[in-house]
Write a protein that binds this ligand. Structure first.
Ligand code: ATP
Ligand code: MG
Length: 603
């Protein structure tokens, strides 16, 4: 491609709309243009990168025996009603774009494809002889993200590869899952990314059947906890660890103390001159289930610990049946206005005790009349602890479970693991933290969708069984930008060679110099013919501008038909380290080709 013929616009200044380096660079280098919130035009250079990533994904997927297909983006509501996800996706989370068509049918733009693929399997899979089978696709997904940001990292329209496998039993699912773990690791390595596979939250079902592939970068929205020995890595949403030991309490007798202005753990510990580990903190949440029922949840947790929202959500989802509901719609710490909807009298916020009376809750049809009381593991063994007194400005010290307070029946793990904790597998290992960008997610679904939607097969004994499913996703457009987030310098992008839009650019410093142009044209033709994807910068621009642009757009190798041409040589520069060599004209193609091949092999 000749740059003189390309719609090629670079910006000198950082665009105000971009916050993180990769987003700024993709805009400045002309890879993307924002059309509206979370919606981007992928320009020709970008499309080449996306196609390269897609092809690597394709090769690795095909190598496992999975087959590519293409499913509809317009999805009928009834499939989502069958799986039970229509309300959660359109109302609760509201992440799905839904509309009513002119026949008054409800349809949605696909954020993911479990429902569609399960409907296909329900129709087509009859017998165990057809199993296992695995279909994948690469296409645009739509999600009405509440906070689209960071360019392609979190868009409302983005490219994903999603795959779904069907099995007769869990063993078969696990075998495919392991293949996917390897395939995803291969994809990320081949794309030149530094990453870590981590245990991921698998929702209310729990279990260990889910991993996320995290590209390590400061701008990552996820927190990854890991140990140096490489034995443990998990998303903080799911991570477990051993909290630091509690300091033994010095409160020997139980009494109520006046403790003015101590509504936080910090002020309370300071006032009482005790460790936060001697405090039982009582955290109030408001949960709303899919049948409209509001449940007030009171969690007792050790004062130095925090509640992990994902773990709590999973716990509450598992308790849905107790409230005649099937799933949780929302969970939040109730704001003062929200409390006025259900509180019978003002709550002693900041001073709540584990035994706060249920009559703080108004009698209402859609509100559970009693608090759902949960105690986190960290609070169970505390002795002589300090806690609220259900009265503003007062706390109780020296309290004990089974004496002043009844220990809730439901003991749960809802604590947030944090850096500095000890590891469960080896307490001598300390938990470390890192930021990660979630690029891929593999998931053992089991029979959740097949049961809900009636997708069954006949086993060897002629018995009807629900299909066992797995699903596997990679964010293709997110991956492309994550590569930039991991690889750039002050001058611009440094693409990993395997996914660079072009391998090389031939720069002609002066297009009016016939010898320069002739040499450049020849190199451009020969490089392309040899399989080195090459751009020709034949624009009517100053040499300095061309050099700057080639660095900004991050082409791995630059060949310059400049001064040394008189000696039959050209300058060849490596973008990654700035190394430059003079090459004889007849060496250029073989040398650059070798650089490309070596780089692609080692990434
Ligand atoms: P996140 O936690 O980042 O919202 P997710 O858990 O919703 O992601 P999945 O449903 O597992 O994501 O989708 C598979 C992959 O698609 C993700 O690993 C990610 O790489 C990509 N992806 C998800 N949402 C977006 C988005 N809004 N923009 C770009 N890529 C996305
Ligand atoms: Mg995910």
């Amino acid at each position: 491609m000749r740059l003189s013929k390309m719609l090629f616009v670079t910006l000198r200044e950082d665009p105000a709309e971009a916050e993180i380096p990769s987003h700024k660079l993709m805009l400045r280098a002309g890879y993307i243009r924002r059309i509206s919130s979370g919606v981007f035009a992928y320009l020709p250079l970008m499309l080449r990168v996306l196609n390269k990533v897609s092809n690597i994904v394709r090769e690795e997927m095909n190598a496992t025996g999975a087959q590519e297909c293409l499913l509809p983006q317009l999805q009928p509501a009834d499939l989502w009603q069958q799986s039970g996800r229509w309300d959660t996706y359109t109302k609760a989370e509201g992440i799905m774009f839904a509309l009513t068509d002119r026949r008054q049918q409800e349809v949605a733009l696909g954020p993911t494809h479990e429902e569609v693929i399960t409907a296909v399997a329900r129709d087509m899979v009859r017998s165990y002889r057809q199993l296992p089978t695995h279909l994948y696709q690469i296409q645009t997904k739509f999600r009405d993200e509440i906070r689209p940001r960071f360019g392609l990292m979190r868009g409302r329209e983005f490219i994903m590869k999603d795959g779904y496998s069907f099995h007769g039993d869990m063993d078969s699912l696990r075998a495919t899952y392991d293949d996917m773990y390897t395939a995803y690791s291969n994809v990320l390595s081949r794309c030149g990314l530094k990453f870590r596979a981590v245990e991921a939250d698998s929702g209310a079902i729990g279990g260990s059947g889910s991993h996320e592939f995290m590209v390590l970068a400061e701008a990552g929205e996820d927190e990854v906890l890991y140990t140096e020995d490489g034995q443990y890595a998990a998303n903080v949403e799911k991570a477990v660890s051993l909290p630091v030991d509690a300091v033994p309490s010095e409160f020997s007798e139980c009494k109520k103390l006046e403790t003015p202005n101590t509504s936080t753990i910090e002020t309370m510990a300071k006032f009482l001159d005790c460790s936060p580990t001697q405090i039982v903190k009582n955290v109030l949440y408001q949960a709303v289930y899919d049948n409209g029922k509001t449940v007030l949840v009171l969690i007792n947790i050790r004062g130095d610990q925090d509640v992990n929202d994902t773990k709590l959500q999973n716990t509450l989802t598992n308790l849905a049946a107790n409230y005649d509901a099937s799933t949780l719609l929302s969970l939040e710490v109730p704001a003062p206005e929200a409390q006025s909807k259900w509180a019978a009298k003002p709550l002693p916020l900041g001073y709540i005790a584990p035994d706060i009376a249920d009559d703080y809750i108004q009698k209402q049809k859609n509100v559970a009349s009693k608090f759902l009381r949960l105690v986190d593991n960290t609070a169970v063994d505390l002795k002589n602890f300090a806690t609220g007194a259900n009265e503003k400005g007062y706390h109780v010290v020296g309290a004990n479970w089974g004496q002043e307070f009844e220990l809730p029946e439901l003991v749960v793990d809802v604590r947030n693991a944090t850096a500095g904790d000890r590891a469960v597998h080896d307490p001598s290992q300390q938990i470390q933290t890192a930021r990660g960008i979630e690029i891929g997610h593999i998931f053992q679904l089991g029979t959740k969708y097949s049961q809900a939607m009636g997708a069954t097969y006949t086993d060897e004994n002629g018995k009807s069984q629900p299909l066992v499913m797995g699903c596997y996703g990679i964010g293709v457009s997110r991956l492309a930008q994550a590569a930039v987030e991991q690889s750039y310098d002050k001058n611009g992008i440094i693409w990993p060679v395997a996914i660079a839009p072009y391998h090389a650019v031939v720069v002609v410093p002066n297009i009016n110099d016939e010898a320069q142009m002739a040499a450049a044209e020849q190199l451009y033709t020969e490089l392309n013919a040899a399989g080195v994807e090459t751009l020709l910068d034949d624009r009517k621009e100053r040499a300095g501008v061309k050099f700057k642009d080639s660095e900004l757009i991050g082409i791995p190798f630059r060949v310059v038909t400049g001064r040394s041409l008189k000696e039959g040589k050209v300058e060849a520069v490596k973008r990654a380290n700035g190394e430059s060599v003079d090459l004889a004209l007849d060496q250029v193609v073989s040398t650059v080709k070798q650089w490309v091949d070596e780089a692609v092999k080692s990434e």
